[in-house]
Design a protein around this ligand. Sequence first.
Ligand code: FAD
Ligand code: NAP
Length: 316
Amino acid sequence: MLDLAIVGGGPAGLTAGLYATRGGLKNVVMFEKGLPGGQITQSSEVENYPGVCNVVTGMELMECWPKQCMKFGLKHEMEEVTRVKRECNGIFTLELLSGKKVESKAVIVATGSTPKRAGFDGEEEFFGKGVSTCATCDGFFYKDKEVAVLGGGDTALEEAIYLSNICSKVYLIHRRDRFRAAPATIERVKNNPKIELILNATIKKAYGDNMGLQGVLIDQKGKEIDLKVPGIFVFVGMNVNNEVLKQEDGTFLCSVNHWGEVIVDLRMRTDIPGLFAAGDIREFASKQVVCAAGDGATAAINAIDYIEKIGELKPC
Ligand code: FAD
Ligand code: NAP
């Protein structure tokens, strides 16, 4: 049986692993379905991680995290966790996509969040064929071409700036006339001659053929705009990845709020003893790398405390 299972290998999960193993836990496994690093590896520019003075990409920021975090004995298994259950004796069972089951005394859920879909016609049909949620991954396909970005938050604005360095023009489409991004970022967008704002506008439809996207039809207060672009980048917010907490009967293992975010206290404890949540998945998360890392450390420190106090768990 594991002492601690960590689900997710983003900034929260990695940091939890570092603190748990460096804090003395011997049997700690981090289950990450892909490569460790998390969603920040998709960002083209990170300039608010303290101590990293020069602007780096998300990939560069995360490069040495797994190495450092595994230095003290954290093990990484490239596995998707499908469900976390709690048995009658307080032991947790993790069900893996591979069919395996793993038992653990405590669990930290750090599964983060994933990009939302905007919901316009053709979004799914052309996803991966012109519709994208990752500028770092797909921006280069549109070198010296015109593209569109949808959204009005930090992600949309930052990625619009990034794309403006590659593409000939970026149309930034937003449903209101006010952005919810950082003021400094808004200024940079407004001063960027390659970014054209299309405000109070929604996308009605993406169209194209079997070769890919050819354009989007936009509704701007009743006026239709036909924007002929081969690429549209959708940055309209994130959904929390809470599926692992869903039980067979559809309820969640622990309490979640209206948006499905896990409710925790200041120690990252859920209302189920031994179950912790850290990073973007939790209620009131600031959704920043530095905050996710802090949560991971807090959760691990309190998981160590929990494991020390429960002693040996008996079979049901
Ligand atoms: P995540 O980073 O989402 O990591 C969760 C991990 O869990 C993923 O690797 C995922 O594969 C894994 N996982 C999920 N479900 C399972 C499962 N069932 N089994 C196994 N593994 C699973 N923050 C900043 O501080 N500065 C920025 O400049 C910044 N820019 C951003 C730009 C973009 C484009 C995006 C999308 C986000 C940005 N953020 C930024 C936010 C930041 O990336 C997140 O707040 C942070 O990554 C959250 O960390 P996390 O560990 O909670 O979750
Ligand atoms: P966000 O802040 O939730 O913004 C989503 C944007 O998309 C909003 O402008 C919203 O419009 C719009 N939108 C939502 N649904 C839509 C739809 N169906 N159709 C069209 N537009 C839609 O999401 P985010 O930008 O991904 O940021 C997520 C979190 O990560 C935030 O907390 C953010 O601060 C953080 N983040 C931080 C940084 C950084 O610190 N540098 C970088 C990236 C992300 P409305 O404004 O009208 O609601």
